[in-house]
Design a protein around this ligand. Structure first.
Ligand code: AMP
Length: 507
């Protein structure tokens, strides 16, 4: 049996030939039938360029329908798709090409010269371009190539994609994802989130990351549904899209930005059946406020590049604000002592470990890293600290590396952030540990005030007294206009730690 993920997609695409797959505001639309044709031509072009099953195809291009067809083409002919963040510089691309040794690098037309140079230095044999309006040398080749008719034979554990992790500490690692990883997870998600052919997803995420690429596109393909492809998140465009969309997959910042708009109402979102959130924590306040304004309870889920999605709040049951829900069917979660990997009693905070068909095969060419994080019994050590409550819902309390150890006590930033966020005049906050001569690390709060609010350090510190144990109370509070975030809306705590690194030096 052929386990190529594309087999499942092609079956669905063939059944849905006459129906929309991708539509764009400019009308650059593809039915499933058209998508199948162009995908086969692109797959033909890849074969002509010498890409063999198992070869990597690195892609750094702006979002477009054709970029998704290139991903599908790569699957069809057995290549390993390797999307790269469009923000990476030439130097960073050099690392990825050197590490992954792709047979082909596809870049944006205006980046060709630099890309050629990087490819030459890293001995990458082919460079092609792909523009956002169906232009570029790869599209020209595709039109001239003999379409690929079949689907390459792939085993369950053969690689479908490599996604480099964002690498906030040390070098990025290439997470090796198999056909089975992607297939099992997208089937599960389409089912538990009740996707049907009638759905139209408002797609405003980037497509170089697991969320916008696999969670969004694979689920749509599994369901034979359609998506409105937007180049980026823009409040006006998304509000307009609520008329014809049925669902939105978002990162928390989508929701905080929508909440700032007066037009948000139950009527505006009446065609929508599901809002999901992930990639970063959605605060309970945002969840509750969105419910108050629209009548929709955002469904929060949790996953990562290495594991696809692990947990989700239920479609029908209670969607509990501030939690990431229950383990997905087929996915096992345990909360362990980080040193021994022994499961902890229910309710205690520990390391979240996960096992299931969704968990990746390891890090590309990093056997030691893989051994550290992928245990012999198949559990993957996520690096996220969490607890499971009496209803079995998972609460993520933060990344292991963001844990603050002050005077020998563990301080979970989220707990402190929640208390600060509840204060009048606070929009949001980030709590970090900064080197401190007495305490090892000093708990430090970085606060974004609401517009017009007047907050000061002494006031915030005073308000926290009695609300948090002494060792959890920040030693200093700083005010900023906004928190540094990456494209997925994750607060870049490493940047904050760097900014405030020396504040306790003379303490
Ligand atoms: P990435 O590999 O870029 O998708 O990042 C994965 C990380 O994002 C996880 O390990 C978590 O730390 C974080 N994350 C993803 N979803 C959530 C969520 N719903 N709540 C809190 N953190 C999340």
């Amino acid at each position: 049996m052929n386990h190529n993920l594309f087999e499942s997609f092609a079956r669905r695409m063939t059944e849905r030939k006459e129906h929309d797959f991708i539509v764009t505001p400019e009308g650059r639309n593809y039915t499933y039938g058209e998508a199948l044709e162009v995908t086969a031509q692109l797959a033909g072009a890849l074969i002509e360029l010498g890409v063999k099953p198992g070869d990597r195809v690195a892609v750094q291009v702006d979002k477009s329908p054709e970029a998704i067809l290139l991903y599908l083409a790569c699957l069809q002919m057995g290549g390993v798709y390797l999307p790269l963040n469009t923000g990476y510089t030439a130097g960073e691309i050099g690392y990825f090409l050197g590490n992954a040794e792709p047979t082909l690098f596809v870049c944006q037309p205006d980046a060709l010269e630099v890309a050629r140079e990087v490819a030459r230095e890293t001995a990458c044999p082919n460079v092609e371009t792909l523009g956002t309006d169906s232009t570029g040398s790869l599209m020209v080749r595709a039109r001239e190539s003999a379409a690929c008719n079949g689907v390459a034979d792939r085993a369950r554990n053969d690689l479908a994609a490599i996604l480099y992790t964002s690498g906030t500490t040390g070098r990025s690692k290439g997470a090796m994802l198999t056909h089975h990883n992607l297939e099992s997870n997208s089937r599960t998600l389409a089912e538990v989130w009740r996707f049907t052919e009638q759905d139209r997803l408002i797609h405003a995420l980037p497509i170089f990351h697991t969320h916008g690429l696999f969670v969004a596109c694979n689920v749509i393909l599994m369901a034979g549904a359609s998506m409105l492809f937007l180049p980026r998140f823009d409040v006006d465009t998304v509000i307009e899209a609520f008329r014809e969309g049925t669902t939105l997959m978002g990162v928390p910042t989508f929701y905080t930005r929508l909440l700032q708009d007066d037009r948000l109402s139950p009527e505006l979102t009446s065609n929508m059946r599901l809002f999901t959130s992930g990639s970063a924590p959605l605060t309970a306040e945002t969840h509750q406020e969105f419910y108050r304004r629209t009548g929709h309870a955002i469904l929060e889920r949790y996953g990562m590049t290495e594991t696809n999605m692990n947990t989700s709040n239920p479609y029908d049951g209670e969607r509990i604000a501030g939690t990431v829900g229950l383990p997905l069917p087929g996915v096992e979660i345990r909360i362990t002592d980080p040193d021994t990997h022994t499961p902890l009693p229910r309710g205690e905070i520990g390391m979240l470990e996960v096992r299931g068909p969704n968990v990746f095969r390891g890090y590309w060419r990093m056997p030691e890293k893989t051994r550290e994080e992928l245990l012999d019994d198949g559990f993957f050590v996520t690096g996220d600290l969490a607890l499971q409550d009496e209803k079995e819902y998972i609460h993520i309390v933060g990344r292991d590396k963001d844990l603050v150890i002050s005077g020998g006590f563990n301080v979970y930033p989220k707990e402190v952030e929640q208390v600060i966020d509840e204060m009048d005049g606070v929009l949001e906050s980030a709590v970090i540990g900064v080197p401190h001569p007495d305490f090892g690390e000093g708990v430090t709060a970085v606060v974004v005030p609401e517009t017009g609010a007047s907050l000061d350090e002494a006031g915030v510190l005073d308000a926290l007294k009695g609300r948090l144990a002494k060792y959890k109370q920040p030693k200093r509070v700083f005010f900023v206009e906004s928190l540094p975030r990456n494209t997925m809306g994750k607060v870049q705590k490493n940047q904050l730690r760097e900014t405030y690194r020396v504040i306790y030096q003379d303490a």
